[in-house]
Design a protein around this ligand. Structure first.
Ligand SMILES: [Fe+2]
Ligand SMILES: [Fe+2]
Length: 143
């Protein structure tokens, strides 16, 4: 039997993380759209700024709030979640690289870096959601 607060906390963290991921997906889409040839470069910079701010907030919550709460209850998930936490800095570094490319007017290169970054981030989200989904199965098993 899991601790009394375990499944409730796990379910609410899972809901929150999933909801934030879908918001981040929309922001990634906005940046993607802004790379269409007819879009002005300012639109890309604005969309990137918004995405970067949302990612910083999301990463900070995962690093300091959500995942430590999960691994306090499920130590078996700690190594997996720590690996995901360790990847956060690289996403922000890649966004900075994108900003530099755009400043230099290297839009085609920036667009392909962004495509790659989007695919890697999607896999990151999938890995997190798979880890959190194990909490669901624990709840189901308890009923
Ligand atoms: Fe993450
Ligand atoms: Fe996440």
């Amino acid at each position: 039997m899991p601790p009394k607060d375990g499944p409730i906390l796990g379910a609410s963290v899972e809901r929150e993380v999933f909801a934030q991921h879908r918001e981040l997906d929309s922001l990634f889409e906005e940046v993607l759209d802004s790379f269409r040839p007819e879009g002005p470069p300012e639109t890309t910079l604005e969309a990137l700024k918004e995405l970067r701010e949302a990612l910083e907030t999301h990463f900070d919550q995962e690093d300091r709030l959500y995942y430590p709460a999960i691994w306090a209850l499920r130590p078996d998930l700690e190594p997996q979640l720590r690996t995901l936490v360790d990847a956060h800095g690289e996403f922000l570094a890649q966004l900075d690289r994108l900003g530099t490319l755009l400043d230099r007017g290297e839009r085609a290169e920036a667009s392909s870096v962004f495509d790659y970054l989007s695919a890697v981030f999607k896999r990151h989200e999938d890995a997190e959601e798979a880890a959190l989904a194990t909490l669901d199965r624990e709840i189901d098993a308890a009923h």
